[in-house]
Design a protein around this ligand. Structure first.
Ligand code: F0G
Length: 439
């Protein structure tokens, strides 16, 4: 059961079918263009929409808003150092700001950045610096213990071939593109030693580092008796630094962490933080935001919280299976992914079956989710729909409702033959910005 009780509640909107139809038409069938006031259950993302705790809210009242060297920064820095073990800490306003700073400092034209899988803003920030993002995740299915792993042989090959062009190697844990699936400690350790042998910095994208730690505890030999905090610390110890979006595994509404061991790398990042985020002791955040992150980083590693988080997602997965919904199971840490081509098997791939299903689901139920298939990740990606679960926000009754609605919409549309047409196609990040209409 939930290791917390409810102290303050927020009403959720209920619209009529007609109002929902109107809302999705106004948003050009793009869930990212919808107004939240028209959404009943919001599973668009798990980012920045977590419920904060009473401890986080009360810490915020201690926010020191001094321009430089605030007491809030000291608390934030000390939490990051304690949890990650890294010496140098730079706050940023969110994960993609860490990417921008680090890549401005390290990436030049023709640089190749290797990762198990790059998140879409990571890839875009590399492209904006004229670098190339190379994904080398293991090719596997979701039934293995760690489907998020990097292909270490491929890493060795790429470093041997293109070593001089590679300013850093990354691992994203959990692997968002790989459906939030975890990366094993052995894989992180192996990548680390290959990078060390080539003298290439190794950086962890630890947006969901706590969820990854829990999977290691549950599934990897030798970690069952360790605390999530000890496991996280070991994970970080194999890397030279990390980027964390505090909007995910720090249960905060905003914030980022860029931390590293190298003084030289820190010095190279500092001008970009100052020029684009803010002074090195606030990095685009107010003192109160730094406080919320400092508390959240500890809370997210709490064993009873992580046990519940896993159980909450597992409950949702089992509910969908019970309703006969075709998904990618076993699911990863922060979201459930469904196969669009099984939900709407007759909609042609070029008519966006995932996005079509997301639109139909919204119209039927007020549930918002997103398409994370070929529109986001390119023509070779499978057509998947993501139902991301915000932390500490929705109860099992909410998730039961979503599962029931998905089953209902699937049944109603199993013979549907047409989907959506793209009416506006911007060059970058189409899944966030493009417009569509029903065919
Ligand atoms: N890295 C990963 C693995 C992410 O999932 C995200 C964001 C970022 C970096 C960027 O962090 O949003 O704080 O700037 N993912 C969210 C999502 C937005 O919906 O999956 P940010």
């Amino acid at each position: 059961m939930e290791p917390y009780r409810v102290k303050s509640v927020e009403e959720i909107p209920f619209l009529t079918a007609e109002e929902r139809k109107d809302a999705i038409l106004k948003a050009d069938f793009n869930p990212y263009k919808m107004m939240a006031s028209t959404v009943t259950i919001d599973l668009l993302t798990d980012s920045g929409c977590s419920a904060m705790s009473t401890k986080q809210w009360s810490a915020m009242m201690l926010g020191d808003e001094s321009y430089a060297g605030s007491a809030s920064f000291e608390r934030y820095q000390s939490a990051v150092q304690d949890i990650t073990g890294y010496k140098y800490v730079l706050p940023t306003h969110q994960g993609r700001a860490c990417e921008k700073v680090l890549f401005n400092a390290l990436v030049t034209e023709g640089s190749v950045i290797v990762n198990n899988n790059h998140y879409d803003t990571t890839k875009t920030n590399i492209a904006l610096n004229k670098g190339i993002a190379l994904d080398i995740a293991m090719v596997t299915d979701d039934t293995v213990d760690f489907p998020g792993n990097m292909d270490i042989d491929k890493l060795k090959e790429v470093l041997a071939e293109k070593g001089e062009q590679i300013p850093l190697v990354m691992i994203t844990a959990t692997n968002n593109k790989m459906r939030g699936q975890p990366v094993s400690m052995a894989n992180i350790k192996a990548a680390s030693s290959v990078c060390k042998a080539h003298g290439v910095p190794f950086i962890l994208d630890g947006c969901r580092f706590a969820e990854n730690s829990w999977f290691i505890k549950e599934r990897e030999n030798g970690y069952g008796d360790m605390t999530p905090r000890e496991i996280a610390k070991e994970m970080f110890s194999y890397a030279d630094g990390c980027m964390i979006s505090a909007k995910k595994d720090a249960n905060s509404n905003i914030g980022g962490v860029l931390a590293m061991n190298s003084e030289d790398l820190y010095e190279r990042c500092v001008p970009y933080v100052i020029a684009t985020e803010g002074h090195t002791t606030y990095g685009g955040l107010s003192g109160r935001d730094l406080e919320a992150v400092a508390v959240g980083l500890y809370e997210v590693l709490d064993e009873s919280y992580l046990r519940y988080r896993r159980a909450n997602l597992k409950f949702f997965e089992e509910e969908l299976i019970r309703q006969g919904v075709p998904g990618v199971f076993p699911a990863g840490g922060h979201a459930i992914f469904l196969n669009a081509n099984k939900l709407c098997p007759k909609i042609p791939a070029d008519e966006f079956p995932g996005l079509t299903f997301a639109g139909l689901l919204y119209m039927e139920s007020g549930v918002r989710c997103c398409d994370l298939g070929r529109l986001a990740f390119g023509p070779d990606a499978p057509d998947l729909i993501r139902l991301a679960v915000p932390r500490r926000v929705y109860t099992t009754e909410h998730l039961k409702y979503v599962a029931r609605m998905i089953a209902q919409v699937t049944e109603k549309n199993k013979d549907r033959k047409s989907g959506l047409i793209m009416t506006k196609s911007p060059p970058h990040l189409k899944h966030l910005t493009a417009s569509f209409k029903m065919k």
